[in-house]
Write a protein that binds this ligand. Structure first.
Ligand SMILES: Cc1cc2nc3c(=O)[nH]c(=O)nc-3n(C[C@H](O)[C@H](O)[C@H](O)COP(=O)(O)O)c2cc1C
Length: 165
């Protein structure tokens, strides 16, 4: 049994996708933690707000949850051909509150998934670039769900075994 963390960067179809991935991983006996980034309701990161939230409780506990996992899947919607502000904001906060900005993501296996309007491939590319920069081992195969593409159970199985290898 391994520990999987799923980040959901929106509360609609992406949180639903996160819960579907959770259910699939639990069938294999894995322990799954779903982190709803919107529910954290973090302040917008700016150099000024950083000074006001030096040890923000929710950021600190999120960091512990990431360090605790064996592998991670990120479910995020495509916004204007890129990733949504809640994900950028979260990554900015955890990077400045770690001793090293790569600490949480370096060498970590990361799977990328998106439930988007009509596309989804741009947010996957954008997340691939960011998590690779942070040192993660990003799986080659991703999951995209949109108005003309339903969830592929084969891709789900591949992602779960890939991130928890
Ligand atoms: C600001 C904004 C920008 C969007 N840009 C795109 C886009 O570039 N490509 C796309 O496929 N869908 C786009 N969408 C649609 C969302 O990806 C889609 O509604 C998705 O389901 C939202 O995720 P959620 O249901 O988890 O909230 C956009 C939606 C919003 C609000």
């Amino acid at each position: 049994m391994a520990k999987l963390l799923i980040l959901a960067a929106s509360t609609g179809k992406n949180l639903k996708l996160a819960m579907e991935l959770k259910a699939a991983a639990e069938i294999h006996g894995h322990e799954v933690d779903v982190m709803d980034l919107c529910a954290l309701d973090l302040p917008m990161y700016t150099p000024e707000s950083e000074k006001q939230h030096l040890n923000h409780e929710d950021i600190q506990s999120s960091m512990k949850r990431i360090l605790h996992c064996d592998g991670m899947i990120v479910c995020a919607p495509e916004y204007n051909g890129s990733h949504p502000p809640v994900l950028s904001n979260f990554i900015a906060w955890v990077s400045v509150q770690s001793s090293n900005f790569r600490l949480l993501f370096n060498k970590r296996s990361v799977g990328l998934a998106s439930a988007s309007g009509g596309g989804g491939n741009h947010v996957i590319m954008s997340m691939r670039m960011q998590f690779s920069f942070l040192g993660s081992n990003v799986l080659g195969r991703s999951i995209v769900v949109n108005k003309s593409k339903s969830l592929n159970p084969d891709a789900v199985e591949d992602m779960i075994t890939g991130v928890l290898r």
